[in-house]
Write a protein that binds this ligand. Structure first.
Ligand SMILES: [Zn+2]
Ligand SMILES: [Zn+2]
Length: 340
């Protein structure tokens, strides 16, 4: 039994989760083996569960919010050693030599773009192997369960905000107070922005303020665009929601040169080109980031005390954890803890 591991796999698109035993894999050259300690359950895991990602091969173990300990290294791996704690996020690797990689746009790699838990098996298991290029170092001060959600929800909000063009003191609104938004408010506050939380209902206001918002807009009772204009207009609105109409409703709240940064994965939204051109405004998306962006996210979170609120489940209850996440009722991220 010593050389076997438990993993939770999806056997076919739309099929159920299955707990199975597999041999513990050996890491090939430039890959490492990780003894997983915690893995977040992300909404994007549904693309594995439901077969929504092109070219996915089954059975597949999902999970791209991984924290664990390096257990063995393949040939040629010099920068990581057994015993080191590492994280693996959505970006599972890139070729390093195509033109896009040479320009530093690793997310746009045209030769070997890998996604953790999609291109190769992810963190819903006791062990996994990952390319060393995909690893982030984890600060000692950060508990593994705390670190896991920062590997996707954390980096996505942190990296979008720090690349948004907003400067200290600027009005920055966070649309939505869920898994992404509750981190977005905290990061925005710690980056020195004048933070506005926007969500549906008066009951979210205490939470928004507790997380660091200076202002709160209840989008059910108020017009969020008009309210933002009363505050001077937003330099950045970070849209974390998964509803296109909610994104459309806030764009009028952008100030001159303002950016609506969308990280909520929706198919479509309505945009007013007139509103954009009259105010030099833009609508922009942001890819979460690569391994070093994850590393920056973890370091910043330790430095400033940003953490996600988590509901923790043992690996054996992964199916239940996934359903809880999909219900939208989790407060706010769901995390699998190995050996719990
Ligand atoms: Zn994710
Ligand atoms: Zn490439």
């Amino acid at each position: 039994m010593a050389n076997k591991m438990k993993v939770v796999q999806v056997t076919n698109a739309g099929g159920p989760f299955q707990i199975v035993e597999r041999p513990i894999p050996e890491p090939p050259a430039d890959w490492v083996r990780i003894k997983v300690q915690a893995c977040g359950v992300c909404h994007s895991d549904s693309v594995v569960k439901e077969g929504l990602f092109p070219g996915i091969q089954y059975p597949r173990v999902p999970g791209h919010e991984v924290i664990g300990v390096v257990d063995a290294v393949g040939q040629g791996v010099t920068q990581f050693k057994p015993g080191q704690r590492v994280g693996v996020g959505w970006h599972g690797g890139n070729c390093g030599h195509c033109d896009n990689c040479r320009r530093g746009d690793f997310f746009a790699c045209t030769v070997d773009l890998k996604v953790t838990g999609i291109s190769f098996d992810g963190g819903y298991g006791e062990y996994m192997i990952a390319p060393s290029i995909a690893l982030a170092r984890v600060p000692d001060e950060l508990a593994s369960v705390d670190g896991a959600p920062l590997m996707c929800a954390g980096i996505t909000t942190f990296n979008a905000l720090r690349n948004s063009g907003a400067r200290a003191g600027d009005l920055v609104a966070i649309l939505g107070l869920g898994g992404l938004g509750h981190l977005g408010v905290q990061y925005a506050r710690k980056m020195g922005f004048k933070v506005v939380g926007i969500a549906r209902g008066k009951d979210k206001e205490p939470l928004a303020r507790e997380l660091g918002a200076y202002h709160y807009i209840d989008s059910q009772a108020q017009d969020p665009a008009a309210e933002l204009q009363k505050l001077g207009g937003a330099r950045v609105i970070l849209a974390t929601v998964t509803a296109g109409d909610a994104m459309s409703a806030v764009q009028g709240g952008l100030g001159p040169n303002g950016t609506l940064m969308t990280i909520g994965a929706v198919q479509s939204m309505e945009i007013s080109p007139l509103g954009l051109l009259l105010g030099n405004r833009q609508v922009k998306g942001w890819y979460s980031g690569n391994a070093v962006d994850s590393q920056d996210t973890l370091a910043f979170s330790v430095m400033t005390g940003v953490r996600s609120m988590n509901e923790v489940y043992p690996l054996e209850r992964a199916a239940e954890a996934y359903d809880r996440m999909m219900s939208g009722k989790a407060r706010f991220r769901v995390v699998l803890k190995m050996g719990a």
